[in-house]
Design a protein around this ligand. Sequence first.
Ligand code: BEZ
Length: 266
Amino acid sequence: MKIQQMRNEALKNEMNITWNAEKYTSDFSFVHQYGNYVAELIDAAPGSFVLDLGCGNGALTKVLQDKGYRVIGMDASGELLDVARKNHPAIEFVQGDAANFVLPEPVDVVFSNAVFHWIEKEKQPDMIKCVYNTLKKNGQFVFEFGGYNNNRIIHSALANVFQEHGFCYKIPFYFPTIGEYASLLESAGFQVKYAVLFDRLTELKGENGMEEWINMFVKRPFTVIRSEHEKAEIINRTVEELRRDLFINGKWYADYVRIRMKAVRS
Ligand code: BEZ
């Protein structure tokens, strides 16, 4: 690997965002499968223009197109956009930062699934402002992401094992309550029409499902651990600690909590 490439990888780990696009698409397909339910909250005429914010591999952008909308997908990850463009060559995908973007034309709907927990709390107002500015008057903002106490059991186990090894564990995601997020939306000028916070125990693929989930999604906390051996030990211990609660009838589950909302631009 070239030095610049190595620096980029280290920076992405620091931000807790690296994507193995192929593995994400093959082993974590539940992410976009559940997104179908979120898309049902959109109430717009065929031909309406919809932005899929944080479109990832484009699977849900395609679902939105199949519903009869004119669509555009935006994502920060070049790796995921490569997959999206390859799988859906007839759809327009653009690279962009959800907290700092401008589209050349306003949209009727901004849709987003399983993305906003990746955006730091401090950047959420900027992201919501970008969404507001890109929507037409009365435009809809429909989304779901990880809500308050999402993966509480997994992160508690990681925190315990990190502590045993002398490290501090900080959850690298933003999981708000409905009250907190509704306030942010209202401060930006949105009217909240629908909000729900619910548990969704989600099956993981394969007998190493939990280990793979941790390896795929929890990057930043491990950047302080220099030894690969110690990292593997921490993951193994965490998986063993989680077995009692999240290995059920021979299958691994993640203790997801979703926040799902619909807001309208005034
Ligand atoms: C989520 O969809 O809630 C999620 C996925 C990966 C990491 C954190 C949260």
